[in-house]
Design a protein around this ligand. Structure first.
Ligand SMILES: *Cc1c(COP(=O)(O)O)cnc(C)c1O
Length: 396
């Protein structure tokens, strides 16, 4: 078998490089390169930022209102309320349902930290459940088993950009009088049975953290809903519970969205469908190239069940000897990440959560095997081939 050592891969690439260009730039494939996206829309971004600077209106205001209208229209939601981050979107969504001490909220044990931490911050109890082996999304059967008279909400996470199987969850929720809050932080533009992420539950939470598929230039988030009363409540809670300035009907927080972030997001939003399509094309490219390289059998690839559109916020494969493979990819200049190395039931800060004592074999197995590969829209075929070659090398 002919083998290309990492050094030989670099040597081949360097030959293509002109004398002046730094070889590094071609050899390295970062997990994500935000510079490429920025350079393509730089003029529009700077114009939008200038517009806000010239207005000297920095908090809320017309940019935020227009972004809310545009996001609601883009995903088909009745209402969208801009907030300060994805974490605050989750927090304020729970607050809008008056979730607190004595209440239980069912969350998958395999997600980003904020999905569970907001529940604890409000004095409620997260109830961890396992995920499905194929999608790593919340396991519907496990949700069924976890429902108690204290359950107030279920939070399906559309992990890595694939919607959770929401319809059966909505049925469970309806029959028990509980609310479904989507954690759609990774899934703007994903769809499920013809409906978009952010319109599936009673409330949904988006993050515009800079590395998300739609990323601001700082922290930002949004809550969407079709329920006018819930939208009003979220709007009030994001601004200290005040409807009118200095008249507080209840205690909220400062969860407001900056005009600068809204203006940046308004430039980016129209590009989102093309960026998501490019991520999907990259994912299809990986599938084909892993076959060609003869390594498909050694990888468990992300799944896209019928009726759902995966938007690949992350392209996460599962592989044996993950840590060794990752080290070798790092040595070959390929950026990777582990989402997530520690499920909630194993987090030190959740040791006191009763459900943490349970068994979550699927999440534990996933935590040991998951590896995110570069999937950003501007990846391109040269860089993608480098990733595949480096991975093939690591698996030989
Ligand atoms: C990013 C993320 C969040 C939190 O969003 P922030 O904007 O970083 O606060 C919540 N849940 C999931 C699944 C995420 O990926």
């Amino acid at each position: 078998m002919s083998r290309a050592s990492p050094t030989r891969i670099s040597a081949r690439i360097e030959k293509r490089t002109t004398v002046d260009a730094p070889a590094e730039a071609l050899v390295k494939v970062p997990l994500l390169d935000l510079q490429l996206q920025y350079s393509a829309i730089r003029e529009d971004i700077l114009a939008a930022v200038t517009r806000v600077c010239d207005s000297q209106h920095f908090i809320m205001g017309p940019e935020v209102e227009q972004l809310e209208t545009e996001v609601a229209a883009a995903i088909g939601a009745g209402f969208a309320v801009g907030v300060s981050s994805g974490t605050d979107a989750l927090l304020v969504a729970l607050m809008a349902l008056d979730i607190g001490p004595g209440d239980e909220v069912i969350v998958p044990t395999f997600s980003f930290f904020a999905t569970a931490s907001v529940v604890v911050r409000l004095g409620a109890t997260p109830v961890f459940v396992d995920v499905e082996p194929d999608t790593l999304n919340i396991d519907v059967t496990a949700v069924h088993a976890a429902i108690t008279p204290r359950t107030r909400a279920i939070v399906p996470v559309h992990l890595f950009g694939l919607c959770a199987d929401v319809d059966p969850l909505l049925e469970i929720a309806e029959s028990h009088g509980v609310t479904v809050i989507e954690d759609a932080a990774q899934a703007i533009g994903a769809d499920y049975q013809g409906r978009q992420a952010g319109t599936l539950g009673q409330l949904a939470c988006f993050s515009f953290f800079p590395t998300k598929n739609l990323g601001a230039f700082g922290d930002a988030g949004m809550v969407t809903t079709n329920d006018a009363a819930l939208a009003d409540r979220v709007r009030r809670l994001r601004n200290h519970g005040a409807e009118r300035r200095y008249y507080h009907r209840e205690i909220g927080g400062n969860f407001r969205l900056d005009a600068l972030q809204a203006a940046v997001l308004r430039v980016k939003l129209p590009h989102l469908p093309a960026w998501n399509a490019a991520r999907r094309a990259n994912a299809a490219g990986y599938g084909q190239q892993f076959e060609q390289a003869g390594i498909a059998a050694q990888l468990r690839l992300p799944q896209q069940p019928a009726g759902r559109t995966h938007i690949y916020h992350q392209y996460v494969v599962r592989v044996a000897e993950r840590d060794r493979v990752r080290e070798q990819l790092t040595a070959s200049g390929v950026g990777t990440e582990i989402y997530y190395p520690v499920p909630f039931h194993r987090q030190e800060c959740f040791a006191g959560v009763p459900s943490a004592a349970g068994a979550f074999p699927v999440a534990d197995a996933a935590a040991a095997e998951v590896l995110a590969l570069p999937i950003f829209p501007e990846l391109g075929s040269v860089r993608q081939s480098q990733v595949v070659a480096a991975l093939a090398e690591a698996l030989r």
